[in-house]
Design a protein around this ligand. Structure first.
Ligand code: NAP
Length: 287
């Protein structure tokens, strides 16, 4: 029960109504026996700074941050973790002794999801489709995790080129390539790729019939990781399964970002399994 001593972690974005975070994080916070709860707020872009300062004044422990505020979250921070510094975007703000510490935990969530599925990125050839906020972050993370090369595809090629140039400059890494998201280029490059990650929003509810990668580009030597988690099984994952590829859904990545938020804000480790289960139940209920 919420009472006068209850503390809060909040999640902010615009839109925010679709967020799974309050449901899955509250299940874990209750199970831990804490008097802490998670609450969602819709915050418009122009209100971001006021909202963050207000949250600090209210004694909110930390803010999870989603579209469109991740870059503003990095800018407002007094300190940044390594990935937030590299990418200039943060998805978690922790209020610590009057300062704001920004983290980017999307990369951690993706790395852990691959590890849980028994996939070691080190030495692997990786392709990522999507060079938006998530794709950019995953491009850096896969390079940091030791991928032997990363091919970054994007509908707007200039964005992929920019990320690749940035990655080369910041990580002194040469084996990273930008491509326009086109059928022929995908088909050619994916022949030699071992891990394919979808970081576009293509295939997400309500556009479940769409896929960012045509089925004839897929093969049984691939691990296909779709960070879209609604629906649980996207068309890309279904078609990847059909050709015998190993598949990983986006739920674990989402859950790991929630695990990190609780660890950072409360110094407690919540149950990953409980949160994953709760998330799957909620997604099934919504369908
Ligand atoms: P974003 O910054 O808005 O980027 C969207 C990306 O999707 C861009 O690369 C965009 O290409 C591409 N795209 C959109 N519509 C397209 C279309 N019709 N054809 C081809 N490409 C298209 O969003 P984001 O933050 O990177 O998030 C991307 C997706 O990842 C979302 O579905 C989000 O829910 C999911 N996500 C999941 C997790 C998780 O924890 N599982 C975490 C973060 C994000 P252009 O640049 O050409 O527009």
């Amino acid at each position: 029960m919420i009472n006068a001593s209850t503390k809060f972690i909040a999640v902010i974005g615009d839109p925010i109504e679709h967020s799974m975070t309050p449901v899955i994080q509250n299940a874990a916070l209750e199970a831990l026996g804490t008097n802490v709860r998670n609450i969602a707020f819709r915050v418009r872009r122009e209100d971001f700074d006021k909202a963050v300062r207000g949250a600090m004044a209210l004694g909110i422990l930390g803010l999870m941050v989603t579209i469109p505020h991740k870059e503003a979250a990095a800018s407002i921070s007094d300190e940044l973790d390594w990935l937030a510094q590299l990418t200039g975007s943060a998805n978690l703000l922790h209020f610590r002794d009057g300062t704001i510490v920004g983290y980017n935990t999307d990369g951690y969530g993706a790395s852990q999801s691959l590890k849980d599925a028994g996939v070691d990125v080190k030495g692997k050839r990786v392709a990522i489709v999507g060079a938006g906020g998530a794709g950019r972050c995953l491009c850096f993370q896969m390079l940091l995790d030791g991928a032997s090369c990363v091919h970054l595809f994007n509908r707007t090629a200039e964005k992929a080129i920019r990320v690749v140039e940035e990655a080369k400059a910041k990580l002194s890494y040469e084996n990273v390539y930008a491509h326009e998201l086109k059928h022929e280029a995908l088909k050619e490059v994916l022949k030699d790729v071992e891990i394919l990650i979808n970081a576009t929003s293509v295939g997400m509810h309500p556009n479940e019939n769409e896929t960012p990668v045509p089925a004839d580009c897929l093969h049984d030597g691939l691990v296909v990781f779709d960070i879209v988690y609604n629906p649980l099984e996207t068309r890309l994952l279904r078609e990847a399964k059909e050709v015998g590829a190993k598949v990983i859904d986006g739920v674990s990545m989402l859950v790991y970002t929630n695990v990190r938020a609780v660890e950072v804000c409360l110094k407690l480790t919540p149950s990953f399994e409980l949160m994953r289960q709760r998330c799957i139940e909620e997604l099934r209920r919504k369908i």
